[in-house]
Design a protein around this ligand. Sequence first.
Ligand code: ZN
Length: 342
Amino acid sequence: MKLKWKPKKLTLVIIPDANQSVVRFRVPHLFAYIAAACFSLLLLITLITYALHAQTTKKANALQAKLSGASQQWNATLTSKDKAIEQLQNEVIQLSQQAEQMKSQVEEMKKFENDLKSIAGLDANVTGKAVASATAANENKSTEEQTPPVATSGIGGSPNPASQEAIMQLGEQTSASFTALNSEVKELQTSLTETKQKVADKQHQLAITPTLYPTNVRIVTSTFGYRTDPFTHSPSFHSGIDFGARENDAVYATADGKVVSTGKDIYHGNNIVIEHSKGLRTWYMHLNKILVNNGDNVTKGSTIGLVGSTGRSTAPHLHYEVLKNGESIDPKPYLKANRKDD
Ligand SMILES: [Zn+2]
């Protein structure tokens, strides 16, 4: 069998227009194969390019979506942090306000302590500042009383946002204020403890000092000192004070103490002696009735007997004497207070 290459020709006809003559090209078959191969190659390249492009676009979209998600998350974090910072800043402001309130309260407590000292007669050297502030406070109080404040809860003003630096500074100031307050409160605690002790000492001192009137009646019918004796009409020394009380009026212990003598004799009648401290004794005479026993502990203001006219007496009265180390002294400088429940 013989193979014989016979180049066949293909005729390409191009018709430009109906009125123009037809153009003919005669090309070999091989050209057609090459053209078909070129076309196929081109198509393949196009498809591969398209596939690559599609894959790249898909990756880009995925990346963009991821980026967008991250951005949203970042924005959410930023918003959350902004809110947290704002909250912290507001808390700093609140703390600074609390520090101011605490300062006022500490000042108030200092004033109370000074007032307490004044009432107890403890502080002879109360500072002018304290007195001035107390006076100012009283003045303010009286002004308030004259013109009662109108209750209002309104707050206003133009918006003026605080800068971060200002808040930081406020935070530092507040911290310093709290440190200072802490030390002031400690000082106040020490001072109040001392004052409490001083007041207690003063109270004890007052309790053991015969400052009370021995009867409700405060009419003095005979004072301490020289006088004309009511019986002999001769000059004599009156060693106590006579109170013109009525018969059976209560007689009170003028200070805390211990009954060291109860008895009756022709001069003093029914009489009681109470021993206090610091060498002080009080003596109650001419009683109608004695209501305590020898050795009893009595408190200031307790009823120890009833007014009478026993012994060397012209009419019902109480002869009251104060003795210092066994010697009669004028009771008058001691008498300052009424009975507790008066
Ligand atoms: Zn007398």
